[in-house]
Design a protein around this ligand. Structure first.
Ligand code: SF4
Length: 355
């Protein structure tokens, strides 16, 4: 007998559609079931037999609990499942929501299917995982916990590109680790749609050949290329990556460098990295560290930082930055260079002669 499956994205902000739920939709439709996607807590068109709820970052747990309680109250006969990042990282906490089952990690049975974009007709981007996992062990990252070591590398992504979409958005956590990346670059050249490596590229793996490949595909202009400069030890690798990309027609201004702070770094080492990035002509995107299991955002303060210093960075992003980033403006560089230390640099005096 055909079943009706309700797919629920809790009421938190997300720029992207709930890709895991769209995959589940295809998976269940292939079994002959009907599916329905709902944002937040609303009555579905049809009484569900099973309910799958997704989750995002751990600090967005409250709307997740609200969704679980709402649907359990109205449909007590339906089995409820909770998956996604929060459920994977904090399964014990997630279970307290009252949900029947927790799905940790990736739902392997739905990995091969094409997401059901018919549930999101206005969305214009094919979200693709060409691989899962990552072999690095950055202590601030949840990927090794959720997806494990690098695994399931695809050599072709064609079938996952939705015909009417104008963009391809990779959600790989370490795309450049894929041994088939050259075949995928070849496909991307053929397909010709704009490409966004959404989770960033590993600067240490941007060789001359990779930079050439990246320079030959149509990149999503708004997204640019994102890399990370998490520790000062990565200095040479990041500098080389930016240089190689710029030698292959990727403007340094289109390279966004995530700059982790509030982790094991100090304000001074953060300032050093910010200045490096601006000197190299790329764009600095400060990224405040949050513990993997945090239930409330912006509460954690590393022993090397103070609350005032963290607030100063956030304020500087708004006041002297542009949309939260530090572009390589001359005046900004001068201001940071003139300062004797972090506290002076982030004093937030009006920079003179900003571009
Ligand atoms: S390289 Fe990236 S994906 Fe891999 S563990 Fe480090 S931060 Fe996470």
């Amino acid at each position: 007998m055909s079943k009706h499956i309700l797919l629920v994205e809790p009421d938190y902000y997300s720029q992207y559609p709930p890709i895991g739920l769209l995959k589940l939709s295809t998976y269940f439709k292939n079994k002959g079931y009907t599916t329905e996607l709902i944002k937040g807590c609303k009555f579905p068109g049809k009484k569900p037999d099973s309910i799958f709820i997704t989750s995002l970052f751990t600090w967005t747990w409250k709307p997740v609990w609200k969704a679980v309680k709402y649907y359990k109250m109205w449909y007590p006969q339906a089995e409820t499942w909770l998956g996604g990042i929060y459920a994977s990282v904090l399964p014990e906490h997630a279970k307290l929501s009252g949900v029947d089952h927790i799905c940790q990690g990736v739902f392997a049975d739905a990995e091969e299917v094409v997401p059901d974009y018919s549930l999101k007709p206005d969305w214009d981007g094919s979200i693709i995982f060409s691989s899962r996992g990552c072999n690095r062990k950055c202590g601030f990252c949840a990927v090794p916990m959720i997806e494990g070591k690098f695994n399931s590398a695809r050599s072709s992504i064609k079938k996952y590109v939705w015909p009417s979409h104008s963009r391809i958005i990779f959600f790989d956590n370490n795309f450049l680790w894929n041994p088939h990346k050259d075949e995928i670059f070849e496909e991307l050249r053929e397909i010709g749609k704009r490409v966004d490596f959404n989770q960033g590229l590993d600067a240490r793996l941007i060789t001359d050949e990779t930079a050439r490949n990246l320079g030959e595909i149509p990149l999503d202009d708004k997204a640019g290329i994102r890399i990370a400069y998490d520790t000062n030890e990565q200095k040479k690798a990041v500098e080389n990556a930016i240089q190689r990309l710029s030698e292959n027609n990727i403007s340094k201004r289109k390279v966004f460098v995530y700059t982790l702070f509030n982790y094991n770094d100090t304000p001074e080492s953060f300032l050093e990295r910010v200045l490096d990035i601006l000197h190299w002509g790329a764009v600095c995107y400060p990224m405040r560290y949050e513990p993997l299991v945090t239930l409330e955002k912006n509460q954690y303060i590393s022993p090397n930082w103070t609350k005032q210093q963290l607030e100063a960075v956030q304020k500087a992003r708004r006041v002297i930055g542009f949309n939260g980033i530090f572009p390589p403006y001359k005046a900004l560089i001068n201001k940071f260079e003139r300062a004797g230390n972090f506290d002076e640099a982030f004093e937030l005096r009006e920079p003179k002669g900003a571009e």
